[in-house]
Design a binder for this molecule. Structure first.
Ligand SMILES: Cc1ncc(C[n+]2csc(CCOP(=O)(O)OP(=O)(O)O)c2C)c(N)n1
Length: 456
């Protein structure tokens, strides 16, 4: 399509499909043949979008859209499945599967190409059925377009705009429309997975834990970014205030620091930006340059865990490897920050709680842009020191739960010990030796010295 119509073509799978698993047959050759290249051909009116050329391009874009509408009308991906004509459902993507599962006897117009919409095909389908419904996820794009075409259609009055659809929510919509030949059991009206029975956690030994524990202690205003560390929003770490989109942390902290200073707001909380190495390379560099250039009083923390952890361990410009695992240049973050004009930059070890806290306090006292780089590798990819497993001395543990405030999945409330008179009970902490990585944070926070390295 992109070659035939000289158009950008977006193939979009729904989240439900992308985040699924299936067995992949690795024998199948799925690499499309690379078309014979003719080299770059100069075409200024197409590739240089100065206003004068932009005006010339616009009618061509509209013309192309018309041609693509004709493609959409005939596309095998847009197909009618005629059945009982009392109801006709226009749907697309994963919602089609739900419709077929819940109302297999309905007529369906399945749209695989949703832009441009096949208006003639839609009219033809609408004319064949008594009642027309659209089942689509999120905002009513198809429904609105059909209504603009002047056709009577139902959609979001029955199916929620919120979240992904599911067989249950689609069934609930059909029940509301009075279309189900059976009564819907009450339990089916609720989408499965709408509660969070087991919240996600930072791994045992995650290098982000020490930093966010320290930020919590600082009662700081933290603009965070997107990565594993975003999980520190949940209890017990609860140490970030905002996360918007990749790269926004530094610019948001910049804005907050400027606004607080200019408005004379009595908010004495220190402002921090926290961003992972990968996100920093992706879209944090320009914001940091802005902070330095505009003399923002922002404390930026770049968390260099040597990998892109959250999305599964991809390489990034700091790791010295390409995504194809070829050797390449590794950006040195400290040199980069210095080259942008910020001399106040240094490395800290997030496994050293006292040192981390001291560094944070020093940066708060400093007036101007400053950068700390926490350098510890992600434990999922670099498991060293497995021998430093920690253990709790049950007799010394008073059950104060300080170690539980780290939110480490290896630490749990262990057994119960009766006190001397055998009356009151005392819980003690327990460390799971199989999952403990030996980061030592629990040992550092235990005021009773009840946690130590396993002997031997
Ligand atoms: C615009 C955009 N692209 C991609 C993603 C997917 N994504 C989520 S987290 C992440 C990278 C996280 O890496 P890093 O900041 O280094 O943190 P880590 O998970 O390693 O702690 C990516 C690419 C996204 N959320 N937004």
């Amino acid at each position: 399509m992109s070659e035939s119509y000289d158009t950008p073509t977006l193939l979009r799978m729904t989240t439900r499909v992308c985040h699924s698993k299936a067995i992949v047959d690795t024998d199948v050759e799925n690499q499309a043949p690379i078309p014979k290249a003719e080299g770059f051909k100069r075409d200024l009116k197409k590739f240089v979008m100065i206003p004068a050329f932009g005006k010339l391009r616009h009618p061509l874009v509209l013309e192309r859209e018309e041609k693509l509408t004709a493609v959409s009308e005939k596309s095998p991906f847009n197909r009618m499945e005629m059945n009982d004509t009392r109801v006709g459902i226009i749907t697309s993507g994963i919602a089609y599967q739900y419709v077929k599962e819940i109302l297999p006897e309905a007529s369906v117009l399945k749209l695989g190409m949703t832009f441009p919409l096949p208006a003639t095909l839609i009219r033809e389908f609408a004319a064949k059925v008594d009642r027309l419904l659209v089942v689509e996820e999120l905002e009513p794009y198809i429904e609105d377009e059909i209504r603009i075409m002047g056709l009577a259609v139902e959609g979001k009055a029955l199916f929620s705009k919120l979240d992904e659809l599911s067989p249950d929510t689609v069934a609930a919509g059909f029940a509301k429309a009075g279309m189900l030949p059976f009564d819907l059991p009450a339990a089916r009206e609720k989408a499965p997975g709408s509660e969070m029975p087991r919240p996600p956690l930072l791994c045992a030994g995650c290098p982000h834990r020490g930093l966010f524990y320290a930020l919590n202690k600082m009662k700081a205003l933290v603009h965070s970014d997107i990565g594993c560390y975003t999980l520190s929003v949940l209890p017990p770490l609860q140490s970030i205030d905002t996360t918007l989109c990749m790269g926004a942390s530094i610019s948001m902290a910049h804005g907050t620091a400027k606004a607080v200073a200019q408005a004379g707001i009595e908010d004495k909380r220190p402002v921090f930006a926290t961003i992972g190495d990968s996100t920093f390379f992706h879209s944090g560099i320009t914001s940091l340059l802005d902070v330095i250039y505009n003399k923002g009083n922002v404390n930026v923390i770049i968390m260099d865990n040597r990998i892109t952890a959250m999305t599964g361990g991809q390489q990034n410009p700091g790791t010295g490897k390409t995504l194809q695992m070829e050797d390449t240049n590794a950006v040195d973050i400290i040199s980069l920050v210095k080259a942008m004009g910020c001399t106040r930059v240094r490395e800290i070890d997030p496994f050293d709680l006292e040192g981390t806290l001291a560094a944070l306090k020093e940066e708060v006292d400093y007036d101007g842009p400053s950068v700390l780089v926490t350098k510890r590798p992600c434990i999922q990819l670099f498991r060293q020191d497995p021998q430093a497993v920690r253990v709790v001395d049950e007799a010394a543990c008073i059950g104060c739960k300080m170690c539980l405030k780290l939110g480490c999945p290896s630490i749990s409330q262990g057994g119960i010990i009766p006190d001397e008179e055998g009356k009151k009970e005392r819980h003690y902490a327990r460390i799971d030796a199989a999952t403990c990585y030996g980061c030592s944070l629990c040992e550092q926070v235990c005021k009773q010295n009840a946690i130590s390295v396993v002997a031997g």
